[in-house]
Design a protein around this ligand. Structure first.
Ligand code: HEC
Ligand code: HEC
Length: 352
């Protein structure tokens, strides 16, 4: 009798432990900021069925729980603040004009989601080791600071930060910290955006408008201008950022390229989408991206100087000059495969 009872108790414990482990596994897999912590309390006396429980997926570090105290961490912490609350530290509503570097009230993390740690949202996890890097837009090799300034001048519609400014150095320090000890197999997952099968047709902005109204307007507003935390002028940024208009990214930004925007949207929008579990089809992402980017936004100066070697210009760069004779509207709305194959052929015969 006692033996039976003991057996039942043991069995119950085993089941409870298994359920707990599976739950932890699932949480770690699906919660964006889930940490790769060892599974709690597995003392040897308890049965631990490790053989069939999936190993928790690797997860990036989190400033709020993984950054040690101490002055060395302060720089990383400031970098994190700059990326999550850019409007508060560099934004156009600051009282001191000397501190204003961003031309809009966005935050870096509006596009680099989850403080730059979300897979499929051009995360900063592993980014540090990818620089210096040759960039076609500038036509030369650039540092990670140059790349950040690319987003400052375009996505943030602002100005370059000096390489040796505390702000630049802190953002780089945060990215370097996130990029430490990233396992080889996680690197691809955390780089860039999801991709889509590109439809071989021009994007349909009318279809895009319908998708926008049904799937996006609830957060980004009917007028696309987003929803502020408080009021204009309060330096508190947005709950839901604007997608066009005066306070959005400018026309030279990566997000203003249709294919790039479709890739971002596919893996991230509506909010809750992930690269592994998107909520839109490829066609929907393509059409709604076209609708978003068809709206007016600030103009970047000197875009003529971009891509000094025009054969490296992305097919969806929505501004000329181009090294081909496809109409400008096709570079903006597609169909892109014909332009792509033109450049493929060019590459085969091209001599720089
Ligand atoms: C549930 C609310 C919600 C819905 C629905 C939603 N978004 Fe967003 N979107 C956000 C939030 C919040 C961010 C900023 C992310 C962050 O800061 O964590 C964002 C960011 C963006 C950005 C990049 C930042 C910017 O301002 O340009 C784009 C582009 C975007 N969304 C497009 C879309 C599109 C297109 C749809 C519909 C298919 C959509 N969103 C649906 C909440 C939403
Ligand atoms: C409106 C959206 C948007 C905002 C806001 C934004 N970026 Fe970006 N950023 C992009 C896009 C798009 C890319 C290109 C991603 C790609 O092609 O994989 C990018 C790329 C980058 C990269 C290179 C990533 C890599 O894997 O090579 C860095 C670093 C970066 N951004 C930093 C920043 C910083 C810092 C801020 C804030 C000061 C910022 N970005 C704000 C859209 C944005």
């Amino acid at each position: 009798m006692f033996q039976r009872l003991l057996q039942i108790v043991k069995l119950t414990i085993a089941v409870v432990v298994m359920v707990m482990m599976v739950t932890v596994g699932v949480l770690v897999l699906y919660l964006p900021n889930g940490q790769d912590k060892p599974i709690a309390d597995t003392s040897p006396s308890k049965p631990t069925p490790t053989t069939w429980v999936a190993q928790p997926a690797w997860a990036p570090k989190d400033v709020n729980s993984d950054l040690p105290d101490g002055s060395e961490s302060d720089q990383v912490r400031y970098g994190y603040a700059l990326i999550t609350e850019t409007y508060k530290h560099l934004g156009p509503e600051l009282d001191n004009p000397q501190q204003i570097y961003a031309g809009n009230n966005l935050a870096c993390k509006n596009c680099h989601l989850e403080s730059g740690t979300k897979a499929g949202a051009a995360s900063f996890v592993g980014v540090f080791q990818r620089f210096p890097q040759f960039r076609g837009r500038e036509g030369k090799t650039g540092t990670i600071a140059d790349r950040i300034n690319g987003c400052m001048e375009r996505s943030m519609n602002g100005q370059r930060l000096a390489d040796n400014s505390p702000e630049m150095q802190s953002m780089v320090a945060y990215m370097q910290w996130l990029s430490e000890d990233v396992p080889e197999e996680a690197k691809d997952r955390y780089q860039g955006f999801a991709s889509i099968n590109l439809p071989n047709r021009a994007a349909d902005t009318l279809a895009g408008k319908n998708i926008y109204e049904q799937r996006c307007a609830i957060c980004h507003s009917d007028d696309g201008l987003g929803q502020r935390v408080g009021e204009a002028g309060d330096q508190r940024g947005y709950v839901y950022p604007p997608l066009w208009g005066a306070d959005s990214y400018n026309h030279g930004a990566g997000m203003n390229r249709l294919i790039k925007a479709a890739h971002f949207i596919k893996g991230n929008m509506p909010l809750g989408s992930t690269a592994e579990r998107p909520l839109l089809t490829d066609e929907e992402a393509y059409d709604v991206a076209a609708y978003v980017d068809a709206h007016s936004r600030p103009l970047k100066k000197n875009t003529k100087l971009d891509y000094p070697d025009l054969s490296l210009k992305p097919v969806d760069a929505p501004y000329g000059p181009y090294r081909d004779t496809f109409p400008a509207v096709q570079h903006q709305f597609g169909p892109f495969p014909p332009i792509m194959s033109y450049y493929e052929t060019l590459k085969e015969t091209y001599e720089p």
